[in-house]
Write a protein that binds this ligand. Structure first.
Ligand code: UD1
Length: 416
């Protein structure tokens, strides 16, 4: 079985480029369905989720080619409106094609999406939004059918600022006959990136970066070129690796203003972080525990960074409490981290890490994307050989992590 073989215990030194954001490129690829046109998207990470999104576009009839980090997408002949269950199951973000397909063809047929097992992950807010904008929506035996030849304007009010539902609402709203106001919208940087791409296509969206969005539907759309923002969770992951292993690492192209709570946490733990020309972190690998970390929608502490930060603090002096408020089951990495000798006590939606002197090498299997990153960070802190299995999770969201970590001096290779 394929595994990452890691011989830890070395500090990290050097500089790595941060790839384009997974959570921005996925909705942007879905948005290319809205208008039959040609798009050039730069800084697209080469990760499994992007390959899945490209396969969905191709299945629907689009032409997509990749040269380096540039994806050229031609959706002029896209005529499909059904996404096969096989592709829907590969990632939750497949559901982001719902709004664009409905807007383009007046109908969409999908199955319930897959994705990381983070507890109950309904898509009720996505479906309610489509109904509120005038579509007839049915869900029978895991098949979703939406029919709405004419979407009208209106008001959408989310009980919780869901990232994906906000993105689907924005994309459907762009094609509505009338204006749409979205209350309690999510305001993650990736949503701003999607909005900027849609604006480059001619859409009129106001309130970007706030909890209330105003969209003038029906504006004529056109072709667009766009550069995807840097991935803030990949950035957080490399910051955590450097914090835990020690050394000095520069993350080229990283935006520190997207990661304020993570940077504050790592500074509190004892790292020095400079926010100029990317982000540079210095650490002596002797960390201290921090105040309680509670995940929350942006600009709060990102739930996607919870597992990597936990892995970075496994040897920090003292106790650190993590509270998870976004997903109901996001501590699946805890039993795997304990295999490295970590002392973590779980109690409901909280986990308390008591720093240990040393971690020991382990053979572990990743169970979701960010858990996989946490296991790599734990392994990098041990003296001796660790093996991480379950790489399909890591590969969904990290562009060539073994090349990037090797370039920083880590001993890490992929083996069968
Ligand atoms: C997105 C990100 C994911 C991140 C998450 C939270 C992408 C591709 N993925 O996922 O990396 O961890 O935001 O920052 O951008 N919910 C409902 N009903 C819905 C939709 C969501 O109850 O219809 C709930 C979810 O179960 C969860 C919470 O809302 O408890 C947050 O989910 P949401 O913000 O929608 O996350 P995703 O868009 O799935």
């Amino acid at each position: 079985m394929e595994a990452l073989v890691i011989n830890g215990g070395m500090p990290l030194h050097g500089s790595v480029p941060i790839s384009g954001a997974k959570n921005a490129v996925l909705p942007i690829l879905a948005a290319t369905v809205l208008h039959g046109g040609k798009y050039v998207l730069c800084n697209c990470p080469d990760i499994a989720d992007v390959r899945t999104a490209v396969e969905i576009l191709q299945t629907l009839g689009a032409q997509v080619t990749r040269v380096g980090d540039v994806l050229s997408v031609d959706t002029r002949d896209l005529c499909g409106y059904m996404i096969p269950g096989r592709l829907m199951l590969q990632m939750r973000a497949s559901v982001l094609f719902l709004g664009p397909l409905l807007a383009r063809h007046g109908r969409a047929v999908l199955t319930l999406p897959g994705g990381c097992p983070l507890g109950h992950r309904p898509i009720d807010l996505h479906l309610q939004t489509m109904s509120q904008l005038g579509a007839a929506v049915t869900l029978v035996e895991e098949q979703i059918r939406c029919h709405g030849p004419v979407l009208h304007g209106g008001t959408v009010c989310f009980p919780f600022p869901s990232v994906g539902a906000t993105e689907n609402a924005i994309m459907a709203a762009v094609a509505c006959h009338g204006s749409v106001t979205i209350h309690n919208a999510a305001k993650e940087p990736e949503i701003c990136d999607l909005a900027a791409f849609l604006q480059a296509m001619g859409a009129e969206i106001k309130g970007v970066g706030t909890h209330t969005l105003y969209i003038t539907g029906g504006m004529p759309l056109h072709d667009a070129d766009y550069t995807i923002m840097p991935d803030r969770i990949e950035t957080a992951t490399y910051l955590c690796a450097a914090a835990a292993c020690g050394g000095e690492v520069t993350l080229q192209g990283a935006h520190s203003d997207h990661l304020i709570p993570v940077i504050q946490t790592l500074r509190q733990a004892g790292c020095t972080i400079e926010e100029q020309d990317g982000i540079t972190i210095r650490s002596d690998a002797v960390l201290t525990s921090v105040e309680e970390i509670e995940t929350a929608p942006y600009p709060g502490f990102p739930t996607d960074a919870q597992a990597p930060v936990m892995a970075a603090l496994l040897r920090a002096r003292g106790k650190t409490r993590f509270s998870e408020t976004v997903f109901e089951q996001r501590f699946a990495h805890v039993p795997q981290l304990r295999r490295f000798g970590a002392d973590i006590r779980l109690s409901g939606a909280a986990a308390v890490v008591s720093g240990v002197e040393t971690l020991v090498p382990a053979r572990t299997e990743a169970c979701d994307l960010r858990a996989a990153a946490a296991l790599v960070i734990a392994a990098l802190q041990t003296q001796g050989e660790s093996r991480i299995f379950g790489l399909k999770h890591l590969d969904r969201g990290y562009d060539n992590p073994e090349r990037k970590l090797s370039s920083l001096g880590a001993s890490i290779r992929r083996a069968q």
